[in-house]
Design a protein around this ligand. Sequence first.
Ligand SMILES: *Cc1c(COP(=O)(O)O)cnc(C)c1O
Length: 179
Amino acid sequence: GTAAMEAGIINTLSRGDKVICGANGKFGERWVKVAKAYGLDVEIVKAEWGQPLDPESFRQVLEKDNNTIKAVIMTHSETSTGVINDLQTISEHVKNLSSALMIADCVTSLGACDVPMDDWGIDVIASGSQKGYMIPPGLSFVAMNDKAWIASKSSDLPKFYLDLNAYLTTVNKNSNPFT
Ligand SMILES: *Cc1c(COP(=O)(O)O)cnc(C)c1O
């Protein structure tokens, strides 16, 4: 799951990019740590642990911003407290007020809740095998739409094993870059 989160960031963003991370639990805080590990300029939108993120707070930050925010990053189902965040409404604000990518951790929502990625306008979804899907651990899933793949072509964050374009190239040849 964490590999998928990291892959979602390093394949779509570039050095110094400004991002907003929602944090209302352990996994939202993990997004902040990953983004900071890659030197991104992180603004945190917080809510108390046990409370959902407030879509209104995201709307206010986006309205004040002059389209410099490159991504809004959040957890859908915050496993540490069991809170579901309103990904749909936050994603609507992102689409209406900016050109930022909407990146979501859906590790415990995919397979358990409705997550209509295209209808909600989510550009990147990170997930893993062992939670919502209830299959053995070890597989990471990253879903990206066309907007995210386009961003990946100019993304300059360091990557090697998790370079998704390497996977895209080989999957078209019915292969994979590594075992
Ligand atoms: C478990 C979990 C992760 C991390 O998954 P790992 O496979 O342990 O790296 C990330 N986000 C959420 C919401 C989770 O529940």
